[in-house]
Design a protein. Structure first.
Length: 291
């Protein structure tokens, strides 16, 4: 069978284009190639902020939020909603969420309706806050609308907020990634979770002891699920909050960004990072499985 000259030329051009794509290219690459040093630092994006009042948030059953977003033209970024822990509020996580956003994410720093709300109530509020932020972006009513990719969504949380993340991931399998920081929950099995999940434990956690919380949650996950449990050496339950040391907050930001890059952005440049490339000796355990 003879092939036309035009078809052969088209095939040659297509092959040339494929060869020109870097071997690591995949997903939604944002920012420079990753290194541990890069992830320890503030990211390359300047940030803007948009506040949602508690009154405006009431329609979606959460307590208000601040949306931190990259000020960049010609790019869009996945959305990450952050749920606080028991008695906590937005300011407790201000450093952490700004660090994550600066690496190329639209990060929603939420308040719960009541500071004493339990994890499942917080999971419902997490979903409501995330949906509200997306609805506002779709309507074009907010300054972060142009940079928001509403099709890519992830959740983060600390303590009871971390427990809420695990519940939210079971409830919504369309999420791309979940990051549970020192999670606390009375439920111990999350076998129905289909969302790639990172659990960050702290070695000296006496509020959510690892044996009955992080370890139990991790053991309950489906063995085929992309998942990780890493433990920060010598750190307490508060190692992701404003009461943590600078080094501990750097670590919390680093691991969160790497996981979100790999799964929310589907950026394969970060595959080696989440499998151990971010470990600079600050972890007492580092377990990554399922991918």
């Amino acid at each position: 069978m003879k092939l036309s000259r035009h078809l052969l030329c088209a095939w040659a051009l297509a092959a040339s284009a494929l060869l020109a794509i870097p071997a690591h290219a995949a997903g939604y690459e944002r920012g420079p190639d990753p290194t541990a040093a890069l992830l320890n630092a503030t990211g390359p994006y300047e940030l803007g902020a948009y506040k949602i009042s508690a009154a405006d948030a009431k329609s979606h059953n959460y307590g208000g939020a601040t949306v931190h977003y990259p000020k960049a033209s010609g790019q869009t970024f996945g959305v990450v909603a952050m749920m606080p822990g028991f008695l906590a509020f937005q300011a407790v996580y201000d450093t952490l969420v700004k660090k994550v956003a600066s690496h190329g994410f639209v990060v929603v720093n939420l308040d719960s309706v009541r500071s004493t709300d339990q994890p499942d109530a917080r999971a419902t509020q997490l979903a409501g806050g995330l949906q509200h932020v997306i609805d506002l972006a779709r309507a074009g009513q907010v300054p972060y609308a142009a940079v928001t990719d509403v099709s890519r969504r992830a959740v983060m949380g600390n303590s009871m907020g971390g427990g809420a993340v695990l519940s939210a991931a079971v409830a919504d399998g369309t999420l791309k990634a979940a990051v549970a920081l020192q999670p606390w929950h009375t439920t111990k099995s999350f076998a129905g979770n289909t969302v790639p999940t990172l659990i960050v434990a702290c070695e000296k956690d006496f509020i959510a002891p690892n044996k009955t919380h992080s370890d139990a949650f991790y053991a309950s996950l489906n063995p085929s699920l992309p998942r990780a449990e890493i433990e920060v050496a010598g750190a307490s339950h508060l190692c992701s909050t404003f009461l943590a040391s600078k080094a501990q907050l750097t670590t919390a930001g680093k691991v969160s960004v790497a996981w979100l890059k790999r799964f929310l952005d589907q950026d394969m440049r970060y595959d080696a990072m989440v499998k151990g490339g971010i470990d600079e000796g600050e972890f007492s355990r580092f377990v990554v499985e399922g991918f």
